[in-house]
Design a protein around this ligand. Structure first.
Ligand code: BYC
Length: 337
C-alpha cells in the first residue's frame, strides 16, 4: 500500500491521453456529464472519460484488496474460536469477505485491468488497501470489535456506494452491504455476550480491544475533507456520495449509542454530545499515524503483505491444474465436434 494504484494505468501524455481530441469526443463528454448530472447509472459498455475510469479502478481495486487482506486478521482466530457456534460464524464471515473481494475484482475488470495485474500491484506493494488491516488481533475480543466497529464503519462508508454512478460497482455493493450488516450484528452480539455474561477478565478484554481499535477505525474513512485530494472530483462524478468527514461523524454518532448498550467506554475524553450541532464532538485524530500506516510502516503491514504473497505462491499449482484441466476439456470438445 505504498504508492498510487493508478501507477497501473497509462501515464497522462503516453498511450491514451485523457485530453479531448475531437468534436465527437467532446459530444461524448457532454453526454456523459449530463447523464451524471441527471443521476443516471453508467454501464461498462458506455463511453466514459479516462480519468473517471482510472479513479474508479483505483478505488474498486483498493476496496477488493481490502477485502482479501481483511480476511487475515480474523482468519488468525478461526482455529481458536471459543465455541463451535462462534467458529462457524467466523468461518462464514471470512468466506464472505473472500467473496466480496471476488465481486469487486470482477467489477474492476470491467474497467480494463486484469485480476492478475491488480494482484501484482498488491503483492508488489504498489496498491493500497485499508489502513485498518495493518493492526494486530491480539485477543478473541478483537474479532468481535472488528465486526462491531470495523464492519460498522465499513457499512457506513459502503451503503452510499450502492448509489455509485458506476453500475457494476453499485450492484456489487448492494450484495456486499447485505452481508456486511450480518457481520456487524454478529460482532455486536459476540461483544454483548462477553459484556453481559462474561467474567470480569472477559469484560476487560473487550474494553482493551475497543481502546486499541477505536482510533484506527475512525481513520478508515480517509483524511479530513480539506486534505482529501480525490474527494471533490469523486463527489462530482457521483462515485462518492457522502464526504469522508460526514461519514466519520455519522459513524461516531451511531457507535456512541452502541457503546452505551454494550457498557464499554470509548477512549476519547473529548467525546461529548453537542446540542447545537446535534452530533457528538470528538477529539483530534492522529493523522501522522494514519499516513505512517498508509505508507507501509504500520504494526502489521509487512506481515499482511507476505501472507498474501505466500498464499499466492502456494496456490500456483491449483491455478496451473485448473488451467490444464480447462485446456484438456476444450481440446476434447474440439476433437468430438
Ligand atoms: N486506508 O482522497 P482520499 C472492509 C488513501 S473493507 C488506506 O480521501 P478517496 C472489511 C486514498 O486511497 C474496507 N488508504 O481518497 C473487509 C488516497 O490515496 P491514493 C475498505 C486510504 O479514494 C474485511 C489517499 O489516502 N473499504 O470493510 O477519495 C473484513 C487520499 O484519500 C485510506 C473501501 O475500500 C485508508 N483508510 O477516499 C472486515 C471503501 N483512506 O489512492 C471489513 C471504498 C484514504 O490517491 N473506498 N486512503 O493513492 C472508499 O470509499 C474511498 O476510497 C476512501 C478514500 C473513503 C477509503
Amino acid at each position: 500500500m505504498y504508492t498510487q494504484a493508478m501507477d497501473l494505468m497509462a501515464k497522462e501524455g503516453q498511450g491514451e491521453a485523457p485530453q479531448l481530441r475531437s468534436a465527437e469526443e467532446l459530444a461524448l463528454q457532454q453526454r456523459f456529464d449530463a447523464r451524471i448530472d441527471a443521476g443516471e447509472f453508467i454501464e461498462a459498455k458506455d463511453w466514459l472519460p479516462e480519468n473517471y475510469r482510472k479513479t474508479l479502478l483505483r478505488q474498486i481495486s483498493q476496496h477488493a484488496h481490502s477485502e482479501i487482506v481483511g480476511m487475515l486478521p480474523e482468519g488468525n482466530w478461526i482455529t481458536r474460536a471459543p465455541t463451535l457456534k462462534r467458529k462457524a460464524i467466523l468461518l462464514a464471515k471470512v468466506q464472505d469477505e473472500g467473496g466480496h473481494g471476488l465481486y469487486l475484482y470482477a467489477a474492476a475488470e470491467t474497467l480494463g485491468s486484469s485480476r492478475d495485474q491488480m494482484l501484482e500491484a498488491l503483492h508488489g506493494g504498489k496498491a493500497k488497501y485499508s489502513s485498518i488491516f495493518n493492526y494486530p488481533t491480539l485477543s478473541w475480543a478483537d474479532v468481535g470489535v472488528i465486526g462491531c466497529l470495523v464492519d460498522g464503519a465499513a457499512i457506513m462508508n459502503q451503503v452510499p456506494i450502492c448509489r455509485c454512478s458506476y453500475a457494476p460497482y453499485a450492484r456489487a455493493m448492494v450484495r456486499i452491504c447485505r452481508e456486511e450488516s450480518f457481520h456487524q450484528r454478529q460482532g455486536f452480539d459476540s461483544l454483548l455476550v462477553m459484556m453481559q455474561q462474561g467474567t470480569r477478565a472477559q469484560q476487560d478484554m473487550v474494553q482493551d480491544a475497543v481502546n486499541r481499535w477505536w482510533w484506527p477505525t475512525l481513520m478508515m474513512f480517509g483524511p479530513p475533507d480539506d486534505q482529501s485530494p480525490n474527494s471533490a472530483q469523486s463527489m462530482r462524478w457521483g462515485i462518492k456520495r457522502i464526504s469522508n468527514d460526514e461519514l466519520r461523524q455519522k459513524f461516531v454518532d451511531a457507535a456512541v449509542e452502541q457503546a452505551k448498550v454494550l457498557g464499554v467506554s470509548l477512549p476519547d475524553p473529548e467525546l461529548r454530545w453537542n446540542e447545537a450541532r446535534q452530533h457528538y464532538d470528538f477529539g483530534a485524530i492522529d493523522w501522522s499515524e494514519f499516513w505512517r500506516v498508509v505508507g507501509g510502516d504500520g504494526p502489521c503491514n509487512r506481515e499482511r503483505l507476505s501472507a498474501r504473497v505466500k498464499a499466492w505462491e502456494d496456490g500456483a499449482w491449483v491455478r496451473d491444474a485448473a488451467l490444464a484441466h480447462a485446456a484438456r476439456q476444450t481440446e476434447r470438445a474440439r476433437l468430438q465436434a
